[in-house]
Design a protein. Structure first.
Length: 62
């Protein structure tokens, strides 16, 4: 049961991370140093949020 939860969490984070890098790979603004891309920032924030959630979840489990 715990393993299933972990793999679901990993998938969630992986999807968020993949969305961010896939966007960056095809986005000129993201690949330009010094440029700010709102979409890229949003995707990275979403990934960070998932990671943060998982860390909190793990803390409350322990
Ligand atoms: Zn971008």
């Amino acid at each position: 049961m715990t393993t299933q939860q972990d793999s679901h969490a990993a998938t969630e984070a992986e999807q968020a991370w993949r969305a961010a890098i896939e966007h960056a790979a095809g986005c000129h603004a993201c690949r330009t140093r010094g440029a700010v891309c709102e979409r890229g920032e949003t995707l990275l924030e979403a990934f960070n949020a998932v990671m943060h959630q998982q860390r909190q979840r793990r803390n409350s489990d322990a």
